[in-house]
Design a binder for this molecule. Structure first.
Ligand SMILES: *Cc1c(COP(=O)(O)O)cnc(C)c1O
Length: 470
């Protein structure tokens, strides 16, 4: 295929995309497949000879869409949706055509400079003070890893980078049990060791408090260990827990410890001023991550990290060998020095398109609707026989269950086999619960109200004993 072929097939792909999105509500949200069903349809050996694009295309249509879980489906209420607004998809097509690698300023000045401006737009949009700057990572996982590595090196006076960790002090990090597994992964990968991530007990509201954090740090100091950093949860994935952000940051500062706040899904809601009380005190954080690829519609991958002082992170992650220097340009920013990978995509263009195409006002309306509709769905679910609300809505996330775990699991399986809506599970104090997370970019109130309607139908038609074995 050559570039003229690309012109032809791109038009066909654009039409396919429009039809695909228009027809999403008619597809089951979750792929109704058994493992191996897709691989069996693809030859086990690579082709020796070039194949016509017609053949490739028709195999795509026959094999792939039916094997997808449709993340852009308006009734995807699982995990947190990875939203792709149409304006974001369009920007990605343009990025795709230019196919740049924005590793340093010189390798694509527009990518670096639009990234700087977009990060500042988002800083203003979520109400962080002047002075925070940042970068765009692929994922919150990598942003949190970057923050943990930076906190580690701060504690070690930047000796770990040269000398390694063996023989050094035992570093301790603090987080609540509500934090995402990406925090555990960062701690492991950074060589801290899982046992040195202290899971501080939470209060009745599933929040780490300043007092609990202070006590954990004091116990470690008394034991001769070296506290190195605090990771705070602003919107846990399980049921939306928020630590007492301001209180914990004040304790960390008094102890001389840096803080990183994981607001991966809930951070986008802070474009609505009325939700900012949930993370009051955030302006004291050293690092904050949130994912526009979740609730703002700038598709995966787009995870923004805002930093009070990027110097510490650049000192930790930045390397500038001669072949990556830009002669005579000392003032430029090379974003690879802020992140773990060297190569980086032009992720800022989709933010530019999305923020302009919908405006902050349009994005706020979506988020406010999702929060309001989640509450309506909770009210209807709570009125159904056997249904118990396990956790109340935190923004647009709540959970519910039936009287036994077996019945709840069986209900969830039936819901997802039915396919009209897609929900996932969590455990709350040991109890199996079904999460409802409203956040799909184009969902309507009717889509959301199909959640209680589906549950009601299933309760009326089945007895929900234990799961049948398969
Ligand atoms: C989704 C999520 C993550 C992980 O995000 P990635 O970008 O997939 O790494 C981390 N923390 C929280 C709270 C999340 O909701």
């Amino acid at each position: 295929m050559d570039h003229e072929g690309l012109r032809h097939w791109s038009k066909r792909a654009a039409d396919w995309a429009a039809d695909y999105h228009a027809g999403l509500r008619d597809r089951p949200v979750r792929a109704p497949l058994v493992p191996g069903a897709v691989a069996r349809q693809v030859p086990g050996t690579p082709p020796e000879m070039a194949e016509p694009m017609e053949a490739i295309w028709s195999d795509f249509e026959a094999i792939v869409p039916g094997g997808m879980t449709h993340w852009q489906h308006p009734r995807f209420f699982a995990y947190f949706p990875a939203n792709a607004a149409p304006a974001s998809m369009l920007a990605e097509q343009l990025v795709n055509a230019m196919a740049c690698n924005a590793l340093i300023w010189q390798t694509s000045p527009a990518a670096t400079e639009i990234e700087q401006v977009m990060v500042d737009w988002l800083r203003q949009a979520v109400g962080l003070p002047d002075g925070f700057v940042g970068t765009i990572h692929d994922s919150a996982t990598n942003a949190t890893l970057s923050a943990v590595l930076t906190m580690r090196e701060k504690a070690l006076g930047w000796r770990g980078l040269d000398e390694g960790l063996s023989g050094g002090p035992i570093l301790r990090f603090y987080a609540s049990a509500e934090t995402h597994s990406s925090v555990d992964k960062a701690i492991r990968v950074a060589g801290i060791g899982q046992r040195n991530l202290v899971k501080v007990a939470t209060d009745a509201d599933r929040a780490m408090t300043g007092a609990a954090l202070r006590a954990a740090i004091a116990a470690d100091r008394a034991a001769g260990l070296m506290p190195a950093g605090v990771i705070l949860c602003a919107g846990g994935t399980s049921v939306g827990a928020f630590d007492r952000i301001g209180e914990c940051i004040a304790v960390a500062q008094a102890e001389g410890l840096p803080t990183h706040v994981d607001a991966a899904w809930a951070g986008s809601a802070m474009i609505c001023p009325e939700f900012r009380a949930l993370w009051a005190g955030i302006e004291g954080a050293d690092s904050v991550v949130f994912n526009p690829h979740k609730w703002l519609g700038a598709q995966f991958d787009c995870s923004v990290q805002l930093l009070r002082d990027p110097g510490a992170q650049v000192r930790t992650l930045g390397l500038r060998p001669t072949y990556l220097e830009t002669a005579g340009r000392e003032e430029i920013v090379n974003f690879n020095e802020w992140t773990v990978p060297l190569g980086r995509r032009f992720r800022a263009l989709k933010l530019w398109f999305v923020l302009r195409a919908y405006g902050l006002d349009g994005l706020r309306t979506r988020i406010r609707n999702h929060v309001a509709w989640a509450e309506l769905a909770r009210v209807e679910l709570a009125a159904l026989p056997r249904v118990q609300i396990v956790t109340e809505p935190r923004l647009s996330l709540f959970s519910f269950a039936l009287d036994t775990d077996a019945a709840t699991e069986s209900l969830l399986q039936r819901i997802n086999d039915d396919g009209r809506i897609y929900l996932t599970q969590t455990r709350v104090d040991g109890r199996f619960a079904i999460r409802v997370q409203v956040g799909s970019f184009d969902c309507s109130k009717e889509d959301v109200m199909l959640i209680p309607k589906t549950v009601q139908e299933m309760l009326a038609s089945c007895s929900f004993g234990p799961l049948p074995s398969r």
